[in-house]
Write a protein that binds this ligand. Structure first.
Ligand code: UDP
Length: 323
């Protein structure tokens, strides 16, 4: 594959985004609206925020449908659709215990409906997969050809296994029906528009630091994550969507921190007086996670641009504005 050349504009294109009220999809919708596309958002607000849709509704070319995609899609009979982005899954570990069946259904039945629509409309399809397909990885950093180490019956399995299924179904539509598919494996991402009570590490640490509460480090904090700011992630998704390679791309920021370092940095960046407290480590919590992004960097000019410090400041500013 040669290097991806980005189009100058998305004017005249129609992009369907399932899960548009989520923080990454909503940032992505705005990115495409700013490039002149007609964006159709779908969400049932199971975990997405109405405020993220309100923001998008300021754009003339944004259209919204409140639907649960695994039950039914809106009627798009005479509608041309160029791109379908499958981004509708709840993704925070706190959701896994509360809505596991919904997660499994959206990634199986929901993804199937979107793939069938892509086939019918001759649209390019992108599956927003996850680093969770690697499970608790035995190789480090994780490359796309690593097949993973996933517990099929653990507390994360509803998400990990249904995303693995979604990838398998995407590749099956590619092989069997020649649907023009792409897969991104999204590593830890944060930024404005996240739910303050999302339960993931960055929103927890920022809101705790802002309130002067103890930052809750799970386990001894030696586990690692690599955090990507949302606008950087959106740039990566755009590169992959415009590429011609149906096989998965890791996307994220490879700068790796232990969770304890993460807590210390958030306290320092926000000038907080908070301390750290230690709570039990959840079962099957991956010990190390860092994307190998050689593949996307070989085929595009993708480079994460937002530093951890700037990203934390901007995310904190957002939480301040909503809390
Ligand atoms: N974590 C933590 N304190 C929190 C929330 C999360 O120490 O308040 C840890 C969690 O155990 C994991 C890492 O931070 O090791 C990232 O967790 P998150 O829920 O953000 O996403 P994950 O990468 O595990 O899917």
């Amino acid at each position: 594959m040669s290097k991806v050349v980005l189009p100058k504009t998305m004017e005249g294109k129609t992009i369907l985004v399932a899960g548009a009220a989520g923080f990454v999809p909503s940032t992505l919708c705005e990115f495409y609206l700013k490039q002149g596309a007609h964006v159709i958002g779908i969400d049932n607000f199971i975990t997405g925020s109405r405020s993220n849709i309100d923001l998008l509704s300021a754009y003339k070319k944004f259209e919204f449908h409140q639907y649960n995609i695994y039950e039914k899609l809106p009627n798009f009979k005479d509608q041309k659709i160029d791109y379908i982005l499958s981004m509708a899954s709840p993704a925070s570990p706190i959701d896994f215990a509360i809505i596991p069946i919904e997660i499994m259904r959206v990634n199986s039945e929901g993804t199937l409906k979107l793939l069938e629509l892509a086939r019918e409309k001759n649209a390019r399809f992108l599956e927003a997969s996850t680093s969770e397909v690697y499970g608790d990885p035995e190789i480090h950093p994780q490359r796309e050809d690593y097949v993973g180490h996933v517990n099929p019956i653990g507390p994360r399995s509803c998400y990990d296994e249904s995303k693995r299924f979604a990838e398998a179904m995407t590749m099956s539509f590619y092989h069997k029906y020649n649907v023009d598919t792409r897969i991104v494996r999204i590593f830890n991402t944060y930024g404005p528009r996240m739910r303050a009570n999302d339960g993931r590490v960055i929103p927890n640490f920022i809101t705790q630091a802002m309130k002067g509460e103890d930052l809750t480090v799970y386990g001894d904090g030696s586990q690692t994550r690599s955090y990507c700011y949302s606008t950087d992630l959106v740039n990566a998704i755009h590169y992959v969507l415009m590429s011609s390679d149906p096989t998965p791309f890791n996307i994220g920021n490879p700068d790796e921190y232990t969770v304890k370092e993460t807590a210390e940095l958030v306290i320092k960046i926000l000038g907080s007086t908070s301390k750290i407290c230690y709570l039990p480590l959840p079962k099957d919590d991956p010990k190390r996670r860092r994307p190998d992004i050689t593949k996307i960097q070989t085929y595009s000019d993708y480079k994460p641009l937002v530093t951890f410090e700037d990203g934390i400041r901007q995310t904190a500013e957002y939480f301040r504005s909503i809390l």
